[in-house]
Design a binder for this molecule. Structure first.
Ligand SMILES: [Zn+2]
Length: 103
């Protein structure tokens, strides 16, 4: 088993692991400066959602993030995928704020 074969599997395994720990809802997205729960369509300030964990991954375009989040309204636990392109503008500020809450 080489390192190059191992790396992408680790990301997939990590996401599968998060889903297995209960983060298996439809997930979350970032829209208009808010974190939106795709189960109940509620928009939340980043400070209102629960942050259970975060993974970083690298693509040719830069660094992406996967957050394990919990909705304060409907209690759904799901994943927020933010690719390298999401780091631009206000969405990047939300990603930074969510990351800071894990420290
Ligand atoms: Zn919800």
């Amino acid at each position: 088993m080489s390192e190059t074969e191992r790396a992408p599997a680790t990301f997939t395994e990590a996401v599968t692991e998060l889903e297995a720990t209960g983060y298996d809802s439809m997930g979350f997205s970032i829209e208009d400066g808010a974190v939106v729960c795709l189960e109940c369509n509620a928009a939340h300030d980043q400070g209102a959602v629960g942050v259970g964990g975060m993974l970083r991954y690298a693509t040719g375009a830069g660094e992406g993030h996967v957050f394990a989040l919990a909705c304060p309204d409907c209690s759904a636990h799901g994943l927020l995928f933010a690719g390298p392109e999401a780091m631009a503008g206000g969405t990047g500020d939300i990603i930074d704020a969510l990351t800071a809450r894990l420290r």
